[in-house]
Design a protein around this ligand. Structure first.
Ligand SMILES: Cc1ncc(COP(=O)(O)O)c(C=O)c1O
Length: 326
């Protein structure tokens, strides 16, 4: 049996069929370039969110969008601050933009500690809600407090927002220094096609568009992303968000019933503190289950992160974890 990958927080139920059809149809047009700046996708996102097209930029995954944002929003030598632990690529993206990376502490229960962020004198603050790898979500009021007190730019990564937590998207209309970043790689099931986007003030978005350059979203990727924003594609996404939430509940219940502590999650993964992440991950790998291991996370110690998938798999992973921890 080939191993089941529960390590990358992608959609364990696969790709939306509407995207498959859009990709097949796009092949006939693939000898030409896509539009320079993914115009159809920008329009579709803007319409869906009720913002203007000038407030939307796209990229080759939200990785690309984040890396572009860090290059545009700060000068080399300035600092990017992020409550830590968070998405592992943030530090390398900051460093490759010539920035210093400063991790700061979360408040109690992984809440936002506004003082800890402002104390770093950073040009950019990166927040992630729900946060990878903890699965914890930020309160909108706390994000508001940060925006009022922090003079730099705030980049809020909502890669997992479809699974839980409250979006702060509406704040982009009031705060010109807020950029909200999202992806088609998780709930929308298109990680392999690489599409992400950001919503922010037109002045910031136009600088990001110029810095990123043209033709970053391919023809197939753009058509697929548009197809999953509405109609049958969106219905599939919504149905599978409900399945993922039910599976997350089941996984958390299964862990709780076995006496295994976990961090309650708002995302499509659950973080489980363990005494030795490497040995737990390798015992699970021996049972055909690949999970992501984290050595020595601040405030948590070692942990493994399990992507949520179909219910039978969640029962199997909880049982395997119980054996691994016995
Ligand atoms: C919080 C967060 N942001 C961004 C990304 C990047 O996703 P992508 O580049 O596939 O859009 C990930 C991927 O795991 C993530 O966990």
């Amino acid at each position: 049996m080939s191993p089941v990958d529960l390590s990358a927080n992608t959609n364990a139920w696969g790709c939306p069929p509407a995207a498959r059809a859009a990709v097949s149809r796009s092949f006939a047009d693939s000898s030409g370039y896509p539009s320079r700046a993914a115009d159809d996708l920008r329009h579709a996102v803007a319409e869906r969110l009720g913002v203007t097209v000038s407030m939307v930029t796209t990229g080759c995954g939200s990785d690309d969008v984040l890396a572009t944002a860090f290059r545009v929003l700060a000068q080399p030598g300035e600092t990017l601050v992020a409550p830590f632990p968070t998405f592992a690529m943030v530090e390398p993206f900051a460093l490759s933009a010539g920035l210093r990376f400063a991790g700061c502490a979360f408040g109690a229960g992984f809440s936002l500690d506004v003082d800890a962020i402002t104390a770093k004198g950073a040009a950019v603050a990166y927040l992630c809600s729900p946060n990878n790898p903890t699965g914890t979500a930020l309160e909108e009021a706390a994000v508001r407090r940060l925006l009022e007190r922090f003079n730099g730019y705030t980049v809020l990564d909502e890669a997992y927002i479809d699974y839980g937590g409250r979006t702060s998207m509406s704040l982009v209309r009031e705060h010109e220094r807020l950029l909200v970043v999202r992806t088609f790689s998780k709930a929308f099931g298109l990680a392999g096609l690489r599409v992400g986007y950001a919503v922010g003030a037109p002045a910031v978005i136009s600088r990001m568009e110029a810095a990123r350059g043209p033709y970053k979203v391919g023809v197939a990727a753009e058509r697929a992303a548009v197809a999953v924003l509405g109609g049958d594609g969106r219905r599939w996404v919504d149905d599978h968000i409900l399945l993922a939430r039910a599976s997350r509940r089941l996984l958390q219940d299964e862990l709780g019933n076995r006496g295994i502590a976990f961090v309650p999650s708002h995302a499509n993964f659950v973080l489980v503190p363990v005494p030795d992440a490497a040995s737990t991950a390798s015992l699970l790998a021996g049972r055909g289950l690949t999970v992501r291991q984290f050595p020595d996370l601040p405030g948590l110690g070692d942990a493994v992160r399990i992507t949520v998938g179909p219910e039978a798999l969640m029962v199997a992973v909880a049982a395997a974890l119980e054996e691994a921890l016995a």
